[in-house]
Design a protein around this ligand. Structure first.
Ligand SMILES: *[C@@H]1O[C@H](CO)[C@@H](O)[C@H](O)[C@H]1NC(C)=O
Ligand SMILES: *[C@@H]1O[C@H](CO)[C@@H](O)[C@H](O)[C@H]1NC(C)=O
Ligand SMILES: *[C@@H]1O[C@H](CO)[C@@H](O)[C@H](O)[C@H]1NC(C)=O
Ligand SMILES: *[C@@H]1O[C@H](CO)[C@@H](O)[C@H](O)[C@H]1NC(C)=O
Ligand SMILES: *[C@@H]1O[C@H](CO)[C@@H](O)[C@H](O)[C@H]1NC(C)=O
Ligand SMILES: *[C@@H]1O[C@H](CO)[C@@H](O)[C@H](O)[C@H]1NC(C)=O
Ligand SMILES: *[C@@H]1O[C@H](CO)[C@@H](O)[C@H](O)[C@H]1NC(C)=O
Ligand SMILES: *[C@@H]1O[C@H](CO)[C@@H](O)[C@H](O)[C@H]1NC(C)=O
Ligand SMILES: *[C@@H]1O[C@H](CO)[C@@H](O)[C@H](O)[C@H]1NC(C)=O
Ligand SMILES: *[C@@H]1O[C@H](CO)[C@@H](O)[C@H](O)[C@H]1NC(C)=O
Ligand SMILES: *[C@@H]1O[C@H](CO)[C@@H](O)[C@H](O)[C@H]1NC(C)=O
Ligand SMILES: *[C@@H]1O[C@H](CO)[C@@H](O)[C@H](O)[C@H]1NC(C)=O
Length: 544
């Protein structure tokens, strides 16, 4: 093409396309201007072969390195060129032996936006905002491909947030603000509020969603200080995790921060938090990750983001009153279970260990209540004889009891669409460590739900799996995106079912199996609840 012809071509294209497009570069609508500058995305194909617009690795915060390490997220510097947002590669620093340190980076506060609507359109679509799981220790936003969602008229945002010690160790005086990972998530939500219109997303309809630690994070945002704020987000999806459980909590974050310094340098002897910050800001990132000191969500002394545990907040109805889609898989603990007779023996000898340490109960009553739970789960035998009972206890204790309590407390005020995933598909691969399932346990492990909505690579080609798996995936994506669009998963039946919201006396839920069915009274929740409520004493912090 001669330069004259090229000029004509560009001129023609730019008048044919859209007078709003100022750049001939942007024939495909893949250049978007956000508050900090222009970015270039790319066009991808949805499952049904429709175009969608993909923008990856958009910086939503400044690099949390150097002076920004262990500090609140800050706005990124603007840029003047067009930033390529065509690839997602950044993974937050984490303890993950499979990942080399060249792949992981502390410079990881990026998000991805995927939209089936041409950016700049006036037709704004609802937004699904995804917080990944991984115990707050691992995972990454770019593992979650949006291909299956893109045929359903929603914008999808997936985010990274600081993990492990970088995101979940702090000091009570705020010199190192606690819960930085959750604050990164909030910072990203606020970024969406300000910028998502440029991607044809509707900032007035943002549904935050997550699985496992991502779900627990959503739970903390539901009880954050903005419960009465109409902005930020407008609905929630919680898959396998509730903030009402003791899961992922850290009792003494200041203690953890000083212990971390000591683990890195045994001669560190200062008691001063400013010196601690200075030391940790200059420490080797690998040493921080490898320090082995525990981390997690901490209560904040100075009226910060997490000023109260979620269970008491729910008890006094202090949570954001938005519709919630929430549920669990039929045997979550299969993902964590490892055969170990010692563990079973210890529980048989000391059933008080079945009661979590964050529950206030006298030692005497721990033994009484622990014995009742043991009888319940083992059918009056022992865990050694009834491993299935141990697995069911594990699923309930880590995830399901707290989830049921949340639905029980909140469903009178705001719709809670409650589900159990009990469909076992080949598409979910092998998530368990056991050859044969003990009798009495369900068979869908923690994490399997992800395979029915995200393109995880392993499930990109549905033709490799039984047809029924694809049917299940399409039904689940339909239910989830209906909720994002209408705050109702079944404005019309899906899989022949109308999903009714739950209610406290029956905890009505949708059982997602080969056929869909509305059921009541999940698992042994009523009996577990009776035991806990009889013996636990104020102050109430957790329910699991
Ligand atoms: C526009 O999109 C088409 C198809 O996706 C692609 O072949 C072409 O290279 C794109 N053009 C630009 C300028 O990005
Ligand atoms: C950005 O992407 C464009 C188009 O693919 C390419 O020509 C350009 O070199 C890239 N810029 C950078 C800085 O990587
Ligand atoms: C936390 O740990 C620090 C240092 O070990 C200790 O001084 C402080 O009393 C602890 N705080 C609580 C609430 O236990
Ligand atoms: C950090 O420690 C690791 C492992 O000990 C080492 O390989 C790396 O070079 C160190 N990095 C820096 C910046 O010192
Ligand atoms: C079994 O559990 C005990 C007690 O928690 C632990 O000390 C031991 O290392 C475990 N054994 C194996 C093989 O994992
Ligand atoms: C636990 O309950 C007992 C008995 O009601 C009470 O005396 C005690 O203060 C409570 N523990 C805490 C940590 O508040
Ligand atoms: C519980 O044990 C009784 C006998 O002790 C037995 O009849 C019953 O089938 C058992 N229930 C389950 C669920 O295993
Ligand atoms: C276990 O035995 C106790 C005492 O006999 C009884 O009250 C309870 O119902 C039994 N539990 C189960 C699950 O069979
Ligand atoms: C699943 O993996 C576990 C552990 O690797 C193995 O023991 C089991 O046989 C596998 N199950 C299936 C159905 O492949
Ligand atoms: C799910 O369906 C399978 C196959 O029909 C069945 O074996 C299993 O018991 C069902 N589970 C639940 C909890 O509905
Ligand atoms: C819905 O009904 C159709 C026709 O009876 C049946 O083929 C299909 O399996 C049902 N779907 C579900 C999810 O129950
Ligand atoms: C044990 O629980 C019972 C029933 O709630 C209560 O009456 C009793 O005071 C508790 N005992 C102790 C030592 O806390």
């Amino acid at each position: 093409m001669t330069s004259t012809n090229l000029f004509k071509f560009i001129f023609l294209v730019s008048i044919l396309v859209d007078t709003n497009c100022t750049s001939a570069d942007d024939v495909n609508g893949t250049i978007v201007e956000i508050e900090t500058g222009k970015i270039r995305g790319r066009i991808s194909k949805s499952e049904n072969g429709n175009d969608y617009y993909s923008f990856q690795e958009i910086p939503y915060a400044a690099k949390p390195t150097g002076e920004n390490r262990f500090q609140l997220p800050k706005s990124p510097e603007p840029w003047s060129d067009i930033l390529n947002a065509t690839e997602g590669t950044k993974i937050c620093y984490q303890f993950e032996p499979q990942l080399s340190s060249t792949v992981m980076s502390e410079d990881c506060l990026y998000l991805n936006v995927y939209t089936p609507q041409k950016p700049g359109s006036d037709n704004l679509l609802p937004v699904l905002f995804w917080i990944h799981g991984g115990g707050l220790q691992s995972g990454s936003s770019t593992l979650y491909g949006p291909k299956y969602f893109m045929d359903h008229g929603v914008v999808v945002v997936t985010i990274n947030y600081r993990l492990g010690a970088f995101g979940f160790v702090g000091t009570d005086d705020g010199v190192i603000p606690p819960n930085l990972g959750l604050k990164d998530q909030l910072f990203a939500m606020q970024w969406v509020n300000r910028n998502i219109k440029a991607f044809s997303g509707n900032p007035e309809q943002v549904i935050i969603a997550g699985e496992s630690a991502g779900s627990i994070s959503v739970g903390y945002h539901l009880t954050g200080p903005w419960v009465d704020d109409k902005q930020i987000f407008h609905g929630a999806i919680m898959q396998s995790g509730s903030a009402l459980a003791d899961e992922l909590k850290l009792e003494n974050t200041t203690d953890a921060a000083f212990k971390m310094a000591l683990a890195i340098d045994p001669t560190f002897s200062s008691q001063d938090t400013k010196e601690l910050l200075k030391f940790l800001q200059s420490a080797n990132a690998t040493d921080i990750v490898n320090s082995g000191v525990s981390n997690g969500v901490a209560l904040e002394k100075n009226g910060g983001l997490i000023s109260e545990d979620a269970y008491p907040a729910y008890l006094k109805q202090s949570y954001k009153k938005v519709p919630v889609l929430i549920g669990f898989n039929s045997e979550e603990y299969l993902f964590f279970y490892r055969e170990n007779e010692t563990v079973l023996k210890q529980l048989d000898e000391t059933p008080s260990k079945l009661i979590g340490t964050m529950i206030n109960m006298s030692q005497e009553n721990r033994t009484v209540a622990g014995n009742l739970l043991k009888q319940l789960y083992t059918n009056n035998t022992s865990f050694e004889e009834n491993v299935g009972g141990y697995i069911r206890y594990g699923s309930d204790h880590m995830f399901i009891t707290a989830t049921c309590k949340q639905v029980e407390l909140a469903s009178p005020d705001v719709p809670h669409y409650f589900y159990q995933l009990s469909y076992k598909g080949e598409i979910a691969g092998n998530m368990t460590n056991t050859n044969t399932l003990p009798p009495g346990v369900g068979n869908v492990a923690h994490g399997e739900d992800l395979c029915y909505m995200w393109d995880l690579g392993s499930n990109s080609d549905l033709s490799q799996f039984p047809e029924q798996d694809g049917v299940m995936l399409h039904n689940i994506v339909k239910l989830w995106t209906n909720f994002v669009k209408y705050f109702d998963p079944t404005p019309e039946p899906v899989g022949n079912i109308t999903w009714l919201p739950s209610e406290p006396s029956t905890l009505r839920y949708l059982n997602l199996n080969t056929t869909f069915e509305m059921l009541e009274h999940p698992r042994q929740y009523q009996q577990v609840k009776e035991v806990l409520e009889t013996y636990m004493e104020l102050p109430y912090r957790v329910f699991n």
